[in-house]
Structures are given as C-alpha cells and as structure tokens.
Design a protein around this ligand. Structure first.
Ligand SMILES: *Cc1c(COP(=O)(O)O)cnc(C)c1O
Length: 371
C-alpha cells in the first residue's frame, strides 16, 4: 500500500506513461548551478525587448484591486480582441497561455476512443494533452524540411479521428503552410473533426501567402485558431493566450474551463499590450534584423539552418548537438536542444537583441573551436 508504485498504478494509463513537457532552462537555475555573472537565454522564444511599457504601466495602476477576483469573462480583453480581429466577443476563449486552450479542446472533445493527428516534429504540447485524456496520438511523418506534410496528415485521418493539431508556423522548425495548401486541407476535412490551428507566432510572419485564417471560421465551425501574448507581445510570464472559433465551439470550451483561468493582472497587461502597436513594430524590426545577423553567421560556419518565419531559428550542428548545448551553458548561453522533437543534431535558437545574438555567436565560435 505504501509502495509508491501503487500510486503510479492508480493513475490512468495515459498519465502513467506521460513524459512531462521540458521547458527551456531558467536563467536563475543556470546562475545557481554555475555562478555565472552574465547569462543570455535564447531558449523559449520570448521577446528580448521585455514586456510592452504600456502593459507595465497598466498593471501598476491595477495593483490596488488585487483583492478582487478577476472578471471571469474577461470582458475588456475579449472586446479589444474582437474589435481588432473583427469577430464577435462570443467567439473568443481566453486561456492561461494558449497552451490551456489546447488542453481545453482535448478535454472537451476527446475520449479514450479518440485518435488525434499531428505532425512529427510539431509542438510538444500536442502529444501531452492527447495522452493526458487517454486518447491515441497518430503521428504523421513530416515533410523533407521537417514541417507538416498535409497530404500525409490527411491520410492519417480515420474513423476515430476527432482532432487535428496544426502549428502554423511550426515550432521547432519555423516553416509555414500557405493559404492555398491549408485552405484546401480544411476543405477536405470531414466537418466532425476538430481542427486546431496554432498560430503562436502569427504576428511575426511577413509572407504574402501566409493565410488570414479568421475568415475560414465562417464556413468551418470545427476550426479553432489559437494565438498568444507570450511571444510577440512579450508577456510569457503572465500566461495569457486565446482561441478564436465559432460561437458554438467557444460555448463548449467555456463549459470546461476554470471560472477564473486568467488572473486580473494578465488580463490588464494583455489589453494594454494589444494596443501598443509601436512596441509590436519594434519587436518585429529587432527580430528581422536578428534573423539576418544569425543566418549570416551560420552561413559563414557552413551550418545548415531551417528557414524560419518566427522569432527563432533551428540549426543543424551536423553532429549530436547535446555536447554543444552543454558547452554553451558553460559560456552562459541557454539555447534549446530538440532531441525530444526527434531532432538530436539540431539546436533551436530564439532571436535576441543584437548584443544577445553577438554574445551567442561569440560563445558558439569558442565552443566549436574546442569540441
Ligand atoms: C510558445 C508556443 C505556444 C504558446 O504557449 P503559451 O501557452 O501561449 O505561452 C503555443 N504553440 C506553439 C507552437 C508555441 O511555440
């Protein structure tokens, strides 16, 4: 009875075999371990400019109201999002990060008999939320660039498929699907299969053939688009994301969420950040400059990288990347190894400020000379 194995035995099958999400190494942890004075973290696709100053200002004046419960319906933030996206507020679900939306969809629509289709090398949260509810993951093989192969994903759809996850752009590979490709895929899907379109990096994409997915919602009540304040808006620590879907799907998700899933400071900060277009503009500018800076460097070193439309870039180190990751840590640089995405030779590097990128490039130069 007191054997801890018996407690594991009580967990559901899915949970018992679950491998937890492995986040980027926190800066404080590396500081504790190695006592380094300077650390640069380029591991979790955070905004290197920090949060929008407008968001900071907004939460400072909100502090006095912290004894109150948040607005459980997030009225103000939903109204701001609805007007920006030109949808109705009853089409928006707020989540504790967009990860929570992914989980709500899984909890609302999956049973132990369901199958869920997603791509190999796609975002690590899809298998976790699938397995946590005991559903079965069907992993589609990827395209040659490690991105989604929609034809292959379509072939994986069967009788039991209830849900499909698509990341556009994808993390950790950085590529994207065009409006034509994705539109045709959606058209081909049976209406009783839920499709989650994860657009966590939406704001960064600057490609004419990248889809505007919101109009698709009109003809596809089975579609939900997810976005977040964690990346371009610089609020990863607050955990605020959202889903946009048909009013029916939104109603269903609202039934399973916790009553106060977004805290009041996060709601306040997100609303302020959404209005700070100047900050968003600077964010995108720093990102495209950093992308050029890093890709030039990789070219010089003959390291192959995957073209990315996000705020990160994934590089083939041409050998097991784990020792390089470790050596970079000792130099005070945290990047992201992605062996858990079945890409053991690649490292994913978030785009930082000019100085952070330089610090990383100097560290990598040093490391590559010594490994
Ligand atoms: C970062 C990321 C998310 C968003 O996470 P939050 O919970 O909103 O912080 C979702 N999907 C992908 C593909 C991501 O990379």
């Amino acid at each position: 009875m007191h054997d801890k194995n018996s407690i594991y035995g009580l967990a559901t099958d899915g949970v018992r075999h679950l491998v937890p999400y492995k986040p980027g190494k926190p800066m404080e942890e590396l500081e504790r371990e190695l006592g380094l004075s300077k650390i640069v973290k380029l591991a979790s696709n955070e905004n290197p400019l920090g949060p929008s100053p407008r968001a900071i200002e907004a939460i400072q004046s909100f502090m006095k109201d912290l004894a109150r419960y948040p607005d459980g319906n997030g009225f103000n933030l939903k109204a701001a999002l609805a007007s920006k996206l030109m949808v109705n507020a009853n089409q928006i679900t707020l989540g504790n990060g967009s990860n929570e939306i992914l989980e709500l969809v899984a909890r609302a629509f999956l049973t132990r008999d369901s199958e869920v289709v997603f791509s190999r090398h796609a975002f690590a949260v899809y298998p976790i939320v699938t397995q946590a509810v005991g559903a079965k993951a069907v992993v589609a093989s990827a395209a040659p660039d490690f991105g989604h192969d929609l034809a292959e994903m379509r072939r994986c759809v069967g009788e039991k498929t209830r849900l499909i996850f698509i990341a556009n752009p994808n993390n950790p590979t950085g590529g994207y699907l065009s409006e034509a490709e994705l539109g045709a895929f959606l058209e081909s899907l049976p209406a009783d299969i839920i499709c989650v379109l994860d657009e966590a990096y939406f704001e960064y994409v600057d490609k004419p053939d990248y889809p505007d997915s919101i109009p698709w919602l009109q003809n596809h009540p089975n579609l939900i688009v997810t976005r977040t304040f964690s990346k371009a808006y610089g609020l990863a620590g607050f955990r605020c994301g959202y889903g946009i879907s048909s009013p029916e799907m939104t109603d269903i998700l609202n039934r399973v969420r916790q009553p106060f899933n977004n805290n009041s400071l996060a709601l306040t900060a997100a609303e302020a950040a959404l209005s700070d277009t100047g900050f968003l503009g600077r964010t995108l500018e720093i990102n495209s400059e950093g992308m050029v800076q890093l890709t030039r460097f990789f070219d010089e070193y003959d390291l192959k990288w995957l073209p990315s439309v996000g705020n990160f870039i994934t590089v083939d180190m041409n050998r097991d990347a784990a020792p390089i990751y470790d050596a970079l840590l000792r130099e005070g640089v945290i990047v992201r190894p992605i062996a858990n995405y079945e890409m053991p030779n690649h490292l994913r590097i978030s785009i930082g400020t000019r100085d952070e990128n330089k610090f990383f490039m100097d560290a990598l130069t040093h490391v590559l000379r010594n490994v």
